[in-house]
Design a protein around this ligand. Structure first.
Ligand code: NAD
Length: 371
């Protein structure tokens, strides 16, 4: 990887993807023109756009370009148009395949509440004001990658009960001690850089895989005596997130539980359109994407909030390109436009003026160039 002239692969994907990508590229162009940033970038196909063009959601050329890049900036994939496509060729399979292909096992999802948006949260402002938590989600294992099957069974057994002939589908939640230790370390390392508190979330009272999860996390904790470790069952964790979210610093959890808990954490911040994420591999190479999907309901209407995409670019600058200086500038520009009262529809309160996707991007560039 070359940090002097870094290479970025941009994957606009589907739905609102191309619209929000355009705004992130305006920021990249501003960084290159005015802030001494010597990156180059190219574009690739993923998801439905790739399926339409090449008949598969992750063409080999895209994976090759991703492996060759220092970092990948992706918008989102999917849409109702592809609901009837064969399961293996659906857009979301492209996403799972690029995560697996790059070995991106650690997904970092911050939930940070910008003070100007405290009123947008569905919780009382005092419960969420200054919220700053990080969910570290395991991304390449568990039920999304486990063995799956659909069969017909003559005698279908549920606990002690035998049911008559039935169509049965199974998905398997499987974790090895290696996978658990690796993501636990990511959680402890992240906690070390923050407030040194790590909460491991599992379902160890029921699931075999969660019992191993808990055992291994406790073992790894011995290497991090400076980090306070706690454990919660996932149902309690979901409840605590909406009851008293500020109790958390870093949460580490499995792929499935992390998927659900990070959407709850996102809602605490008021808008899914504000939250970036980073997925990293052992080389520090990363895929950066908003946590939201392709929002087909508002695609092509200039209604999408591009800030999660722009903040994903800020994470890319910080984690993969080691340009904390530029990441701070982008984050400061986002804060400045919010302080100036700019709101896309998703973060506007009743009666507040709303700006378009491109007007929000332009405002971030103006703020960036004026500091
Ligand atoms: P979604 O995140 O796309 O949308 C949920 C709601 O949030 C919608 O009302 C949408 O309009 C709104 N929203 C999302 N992003 C927004 C933004 N930037 N600005 C303003 N409003 C925004 O989730 P969904 O509706 O469940 O899924 C739609 C499609 O996206 C599906 O095909 C799904 O599989 C896919 N998806 C992709 C990813 C990904 O690419 N990482 C993640 C989740 C869902």
């Amino acid at each position: 990887m070359s940090q002097q002239n870094p290479k970025i692969l941009i994957l606009p994907g589907d739905g609102i993807g191309p619209e929000i990508t355009k705004e992130a590229e305006k920021v990249l162009q501003a960084l290159r023109a005015r802030h001494g940033f010597a990156a180059t970038w190219t574009h690739g196909l993923i998801g439905g756009a790739a399926y339409d063009d090449c008949g598969e959601p992750l063409p080999a050329a895209t994976l090759e370009a991703a492996r060759d890049a220092d970092a990948v900036l992706m918008a989102a994939v999917g849409g109702p148009k592809y609901d009837l496509a064969p399961r293996e060729l659906r857009p979301e399979r492209g996403l799972l395949a690029i995560r697996a292909g790059l070995g991106l096992y650690a997904n970092l999802r911050p939930a940070l509440l910008f003070p100007q948006l405290a009123a947008a949260s569905s919780l009382k402002a005092e419960l969420v004001a200054d919220l700053d938590l990080l969910i570290v989600r395991e991304l390449t294992g568990g039920i999304y990658f486990g063995k799956r099957e659909s069969v017909v069974e003559a005698d279908y057994q549920v606990g002690e009960i035998t049911l008559p002939s039935a169509r049965v589908s199974r998905d398997t939640e499987a974790y090895s001690d290696f996978e658990i230790a690796r993501i636990a370390k990511s959680g402890f390392e992240a906690a070390r850089l923050r407030n040194k508190r790590l909460c491991s979330v599992d379902k160890a009272n029921v699931l075999e895989s969660s019992q191993l999860w808990r055992e291994v996390v406790i073992e790894v904790a011995k290497e991090y005596p400076d980090v306070e470790l706690s454990h919660l069952y996932v149902d309690n964790a979901a409840m605590q997130l909406v009851r008293a979210p500020k109790q958390f610093d870093v949460i580490v959890t499995s792929n499935l539980f992390g998927d659900i808990l990070s959407d709850i954490a996102a809602q605490l911040t008021g808008s899914i359109g504000m939250l970036p994420s980073a997925s990293l591999n052992e080389r520090g190479q990363g895929l950066y994407e908003p946590i939201h999907g392709s929002a087909p309901d508002i695609a092509g209407q200039q209604l999408a909030n591009p800030l999660a995409m722009i903040l994903s670019l800020a994470m890319l600058l910080r984690y993969s390109l080691k340009r904390a200086d530029l990441a701070d500038k982008v984050a400061a520009a986002v804060r400045a436009v919010l302080a100036d009262g700019l709101r896309t529809a998703d973060i506007a309160r009743a009666g507040e003026a709303r700006v378009s996707t491109s007007a929000m991007g332009d405002a971030v560039v103006t703020a960036l160039n004026s500091n």
